[in-house]
Design a protein around this ligand. Sequence first.
Ligand SMILES: [Fe+2]
Length: 451
Amino acid sequence: MTAPWRRAFEPLPREHGFEPLSLEGTLPADLRGTLYRVGPGAFTAGGEPFGHWFDGDGAVTAVRLAGGKAEGACRFVDSRERAVEQRLGQRAFRGFGTPARHPAATRVKQPVNVGAMRWNGGLYALGEGARPHALEERTLRTIGESDLGGALQSAFAAHPHRVEARRASYNFGVRHGRTLSLDVLELPDAGPARLLCTVPLPSPRYLHDFAVTERRAVFALPPLEADVEELLGGTGPVASAYRWRPELATEILTVELDPPHRTWRAEADPFFAWHLAAAAELGDQALAVELVRYPDFASNAWYAALPFREPAHAPPGELVRLTLAGPPGARPVVESLAGASCELPVAAGEAILAVAHSSRAAPGAPHDALVAADRRGHGERWWSLGPDRFPSGEPCAAGAHHLLSLAYDARAHRSGLLVMDLRDPDAGVVGAAWFDHHVPPPFHGVWAPLD
Ligand SMILES: [Fe+2]
């Protein structure tokens, strides 16, 4: 029997602008704003499957809430590479988990399928290695690629993070070549974006996310190193050019945001992390970093499989806090913050919100619940979404005490926005707004409150 969640990975069936969603329960009247989420919306080109969830064409979903009502819109990000494959009616590129179709066609596709950003009055869809794509907020139609006013010299990662104290957001871009380097970028709330500095890395390691304090950008570089020849000139999937090297450490690299942008490095026992939730200064060079840790890169195979078959086992993502406060050379102290397998961590005050596997989750199934882990280690709270309902993408804290999540309802084969109360997990879902179709699960995005 097909697992109930499998149909969530059917392609987005319909693109449309904002239209009324059907309501269930009560949407809080004081909840006013738009939730944007971006994720892979189609998993084939010309009927030919990609080799990985992360290679799917990006789609943006928006749910606008005001006055207890909801409207929703969904559209593919109209990237040039998607247009090429649509025109050819076949797969044309190599991907993260997809081999080249032809030995002479080794160009790597950079789908715009990971996150969204609102900055300086604009809305952007973001990918792992692509330029940001500007979107029309009113219709979600793609305007085109942006270099953020000339600030971008390289790609722009999909996880910008805002620092309230600096009235700016920060992000990084990876420059792939014979050597790997990181561009650190600043996007002030008002004013032009700028490249702060470029930091060379000693080896070509995979990097997906970062965290930022009021003083430093923080990177966790796993011992997942690329064979550069294979990465740049190979015909196999990009991910297969990376080798897990457990004999090496995971390197914690920090880069100061102010000139002269001094760097500082520390080593941790080897682990892999897709996502960092947050980092905090503890005085002097001491630092705390919260992230979801894996023992190795095996989680990649689970993600690769999800749209195409039922994987045997979901990977154990452990939400941990690393404290780097010891003498030079000391490895960080690691504390577990949640008792269940988590992903897509988001810091919200004293809690870290994440999607999680409940005790009822089938072995290979996606996360089926939401969790709020106390950052001081005082346990966790759980939200069940209801039978055969799965969170879609990272959770979001909004307004004074609301918890928002897109979700897939397998029984009705439709997706919607669920509203819960951050103070009261037992109240469950207090309100929901449903599309009349499903939306393939996205990853990240942004909540834009309406003033
Ligand atoms: Fe991500």
